[in-house]
Design a protein around this ligand. Structure first.
Ligand code: R5P
Length: 267
């Protein structure tokens, strides 16, 4: 592996081998998502606790101070919207590799839709992006959005999508957690796996438990957005999650830390 690739991966994957990525890219197809109407404001208090942020070039330029030194994971696939839900898998490349270099991105991310009508196109998008990014030493993170047929989020479907992403050259793969057989997902994927959070859930303990369990089963951390910044106490949330990922806290210890920080954080 060349120095540039190694160095970018080292910016993302911390010395303990773990990661806490904070995605704020949801607007690329959802528009002004709840609590992300002003992404710059949302992310500011959370940045010190994230290992990297994931976003589009538009939000990076408009909402993030260029003096920011947190690594950037630049979302480079899109071109769809919630207004045409049935076509969400019809993503193309929306940002060039030249632009990613100009923006000093540490990695780029792209969605693939295994099991959807557009499976083939999105897998070729990933392959072509890897071809180009490898030339410049830029890691590609594949975001596995499983298609309609695979909505069940079962281990064998998630394992299928993750393995394909790795086979096509992704350096990191983002997937969902599943209660049953998640270890099969990570075992079958020869590159690091990170977990998304999905829609906000009711109790923070639920989030702490799935992150803890996913890490025990081989994930290296999270790329988790809504369950942090849609929470009434986002700083307490990200700090508690950080304690699980980087300090080996149990869900119970994370809950205690959350409660302690919450009491000092304004709603
Ligand atoms: C989808 O909009 C993005 O790829 C997100 O970055 C990803 O789903 C993780 O965010 P969340 O934890 O909110 O699901």
């Amino acid at each position: 592996m060349d120095w540039g690739m190694k160095n970018r991966l080292a910016q993302l994957i911390q010395r303990d081998g773990k990661v806490l990525f904070l995605p704020i890219d949801h607007g690329y197809f959802q528009g002004p998502t709840n609590k992300l109407e002003e992404p710059g404001k949302t992310v500011k208090p959370l940045l010190p606790y994230a290992d990297a942020i994931m976003l589009t070039r538009g939000i990076l330029r408009s909402s993030i101070d260029p003096e920011n030194t947190k690594p950037i994971i630049l979302r480079v696939s899109g071109g769809t919207s919630m207004a045409r839900k049935e076509e969400l898998s019809h993503e193309g490349i929306i940002t060039s590799v030249k632009e990613a270099i100009r923006l000093n991105a540490s990695a780029v991310s792209i969605s693939i839709f295994v099991g959807s009508e557009r499976e083939h196109e999105t897998l070729l998008n990933l392959s072509n992006l890897v071809n180009e990014c490898e030339e410049y030493g830029i890691p590609v993170m594949a975001v596995t959005a499983v298609g309609k047929e695979l909505e069940k989020r079962e281990a064998r479907y998630l394992a299928l999508a993750c393995r394909i992403a790795a086979e096509l050259g992704a350096r990191v793969v983002k997937t969902y957690y599943c209660k049953e057989g998640f270890e099969k997902v990570t075992r079958g994927c020869p590159v690091p796996v990170v977990m998304a959070g999905g829609p906000k859930v009711e109790s923070e303990l639920e989030v702490f438990e799935f992150i803890h369990d996913g890490i025990q089963k081989g994930a290296i951390g999270v790329n988790l957005g809504r369950n942090v910044w849609q929470h009434d106490y986002p700083v307490a949330m990200i700090r508690a999650i950080r304690s699980i990922i980087h300090e080996g806290a149990t869900p119970k210890e994370a809950q205690e830390l959350f409660d302690e920080i919450k009491s000092g954080e304004k709603k």
